[in-house]
Design a protein around this ligand. Sequence first.
Ligand code: AMP
Ligand code: GLY
Length: 425
Amino acid sequence: MGLTILVIGSGGREHVIAQKFIKSPLVQEVYCAKGNPGMIRDGIQLVDIAEDNHKELIAFAEQNKVDWTFVGPEVPLLNGIVDDFKKAGLKIFGPEKAAAMIEGSKDFAKELMNKYHIPTAMHRTFHELEPAKEYVRMKGAPIVIKADGLAAGKGVVVAESVEEAISALEDMLEGNRFGASGAKVVVEDFLAGEEFSLLAFVRDQEIYPMTIAQDHKRAYENDEGPNTGGMGAYSPVPQIPQELVDEAIAKVLRPAAEGLIKEGCPFTGILYAGLIATEEGAKVIEFNARFGDPETQVVLQRLETDLAGIIDDLLNERIPAIQWKQDGFSLGVVVAANGYPEEYISGSVLPAFSSDCEQRVYYAGVSEKDGKLLSSGGRIYLVEAEGNTLEEAQQNVYQLLDSVDTTGTFYRKDIGAKAMKSAKL
Ligand code: AMP
Ligand code: GLY
């Protein structure tokens, strides 16, 4: 009998994770709570229990003889789903709440980085508006304003001017735009350089780094427009040299994992460092306690080893052997609803992809009506393709997107362009 696995989450990230699990020879059954209707075609079974209903999820896992659970998003981690499952004697992959605070509080993350000498932008934390304004006036622009706590990637303003920075501060500290998460604000120096995401499987002090990826956070081409959850990604990132990645593993991932152990909250799960390659080396702009979305949809295509086997090894005190592809590229483009990340429209009929292309379409904000998929969220789906070169991977994705009806939705046409520009320099 193969493994029975429960995945928590409902986005494109969970779609690719659950798809990798179900294709594994080790796996019998994959459930996803709540999942989305775009996952059904892969044989993933949807479970209609909310992510925050730990009691019912535990009961479901017990009744269905789930061997282990994999947590996709940050919110359940910060709600203590791992703590609760473990208390019930169930196996679950992800950090406990105390360790997930590395993502849940920017202030906690900054303190950890300072204490363990992890390179990051200089910062100050403020609870009150006036001293924050004064600090911003003293520092000048560009400067970065971040709401403490979770804000789905949208609590960050990279201000080009002091006025813009002050209005962001007013928004977060006075207007309470982000609710409780806006009560504290981190003001940090702007870091210039290319951004990349370095993720690793982590079990206490053991670190198994993944191939790096680059996300595209801004809504529109040329990195313009508001920040989003991510509009596309590719992996690997050829303009970031391996020495810099090795340095980031040694100076960022290792001390973070060791620091969390010393703080009494060891981390097991996926640790994600959002980094900027500055002239002084890689510096952290954020930590996440989970896989990235949309990075996962491309990074997992680079994995040669069976994902279910890796997680099973990590949960059962075995050392996983992990292999990454050495050649080629994977690139994914997010299709979002018109209006996203502000108010967006829902209910657009999604195109039907041919069955071989379907395998590389990962759904997020979708619902189903009369056998058709309709948009129901901001980020709707991602189309991924591979290529021997990045250009080829990009052409493969855009050819597919150009060939279907994308009415009511939009996507960036320049995912991967930065890498190709630097390659030609
Ligand atoms: P975060 O939610 O912290 O990942 O921030 C969202 C985006 O804002 C990042 O992906 C970066 O593009 C940008 N950003 C955040 N912090 C900085 C910084 N200190 N310097 C430059 N850009 C930043
Ligand atoms: N793609 C950025 C994130 O998942 O936070």
